[in-house]
Design a binder for this molecule. Structure first.
Ligand code: ATP
Length: 434
């Protein structure tokens, strides 16, 4: 990986090539929000679809749900979020800037105005976005934009058990938006106020949590590999007891070497029966699981792998970012794994003012597009060199060029992104190879 890579390099490429824009950019932006452009949508979806196929579709012990973002306020009272989902906030008496106390480089120096000794006592700031549901704004109509997808899984645990009666261990998975009113959103999409999570609650017999935990450590590593993250850039941090959430008996944070430093990519936690017990306490409904054919009953324990989409996407971009020299000129390219690249094939006629080339190129384009829906780009802008540059920067593994020889022998030039090697292939070979 490129050790000199700066966050600005990623942000600038993401913007100029249509991956990620500042949210509400045209109005000066809205801090902590990001919009995905045409290529960002594809990359993000490819990541999320890969996750769903690896962790839901390809397993027979996993159930998917898609819960509402707005939930009954009791969910967040029972889970402890109303009382404890807080970060410590300090305010500078000089510039009135507000900062997250535990993320300051120097706890006595204001990063806003540079003055020292201007912070008062830290206070607990709740990060949930509060709203009211319905036309009457009173205590009973309070709701929150969910700060995690996990609770939408726990609240559906009983529905899934009653409908499907799965054997233990089994998991419920969900992906979708989460919202946190972060005090200091920063570092591109790394710390946003609106982001996406992909979470699994894996329900196990209380005596079997350790083997399930190890299973998920291994699965997380497979996921990093599928994303193309170098193993040497991912680090396991065994979170010490004092830093763990009070209900967690074991937590591993998987950290990644981002250009901003080594930071949390995702977390894996053993949450015991904390959440299901909370639901029992507040809803007065039993969350017990009865082992089939026996009288054995208990509240299952839970292993939770919690993946953040944005942090995965940022790690993918960082891992793929390359610079080299081609014909004496600097080249930037994204060595994205083929299955994640937003565009797999770019198709071009060598010259766009030769109708016979354009027609043949359209034919090849159509065939490829049919086999790779949404992943083939028509590109006839600028000269061929410029097209290659553009496609390299968005990580397109193959550029297919139709030239005069194509009209004679039905072969096309296929140029590979990483090596820049060009090969001639029969059109049929290309369009039947997938
Ligand atoms: P941090 O300590 O960095 O604030 P966290 O420990 O609060 O993160 P969790 O509550 O464990 O994070 O959330 C699970 C995952 O959701 C994180 O590992 C991360 O991938 C993602 N995530 C959490 N907060 C954000 C955010 N503000 N922006 C983008 N992704 C986030």
């Amino acid at each position: 990986m490129n050790e000199n890579l700066k966050l600005e390099d990623i942000v600038s490429l993401a913007k100029r090539r249509g991956f990620v824009y500042q949210g509400s950019d045209v109005y000066g932006g809205l801090s902590g929000t990001w919009d995905y452009g045409p290529l960002g949508v594809s990359l993000k979806r490819n990541i999320m679809n890969l996750w769903w196929s690896m962790f839901v579709d390809e397993r027979d012990d996993m159930y998917g749900v898609d819960a509402a973002i707005l939930m009954n306020q009791k969910v967040w009272q029972a889970s402890g979020h109303v009382d404890t989902f807080t970060d410590p906030l300090v305010e500078c008496s000089n510039c009135k800037g507000r900062f997250r106390a535990d993320k300051l480089d120097n706890p006595n120096k204001c990063p806003g105005c540079g003055k020292e000794g201007t912070f008062g006592e830290a206070r607990a700031f709740n990060m949930m976005f509060k709203t009211n549901v319905g036309p009457v704004a009173d205590e009973s109509s309070i709701s929150y934009l969910r700060p995690e997808t996990a609770q939408g899984i726990f609240t559906n645990y009983k529905n899934v058990v009653d409908n499907f009666y799965p054997d233990l261990p089994f998991g419920i998975a969900q992906m979708g938006k989460a919202f946190r009113n972060e005090i200091s959103p920063r570092d591109f999409v790394f710390r946003a106020r609106e982001f996406e999570q992909m979470e699994i609650e894996y329900f196990v017999h209380p005596d079997k949590w350790e083997e399930a935990f190890e299973h998920w450590v291994a699965k997380c590593k497979e996921w990093f590999e599928a994303l193309g993250l170098p193993a040497s850039s991912v680090h396991e941090l065994e979170v010490p007891e004092d830093d763990r959430a009070h209900y967690s008996k074991r937590t591993i944070d998987f950290e990644f070497d981002y250009p901003i430093g080594r930071e949390e990519l995702m977390g894996l936690a053993y949450r015991t029966d904390f959440d299901l017990r909370n639901i029992e306490r507040v809803s007065k409904k039993s969350m017990e699981y009865q082992v089939k054919g026996t009288n054995e009953k208990f509240v299952p324990h839970v292993i939770e792998p919690s993946f953040g989409v944005e942090r995965a996407l940022m790690a993918v971009l960082v891992s793929a970012y390359r610079e080299d020299e081609q014909n004496g000129e600097k080249r930037i390219y994204l060595a994205l794994p083929e299955h994640l690249a937003p565009v797999k094939y770019a198709v071009s006629p060598l010259l766009k003012n030769k109708p016979e080339l354009v027609e043949k190129a359209r034919e090849v384009y159509k065939k490829l597009a049919k086999q790779n829906p949404g992943r083939v780009m028509w590109d006839d802008n600028g000269n061929i060199g410029k097209r290659y540059r553009r496609q390299d920067e968005i990580g397109t593994p193959y550029c297919v060029v139709i030239d005069f020889q194509t009209l004679e022998d039905d072969t096309v030039t296929v140029r590979e992104r990483d090596t820049t090697v060009q090969k001639r292939l029969q059109t049929d070979e290309l369009t039947t190879k997938q």
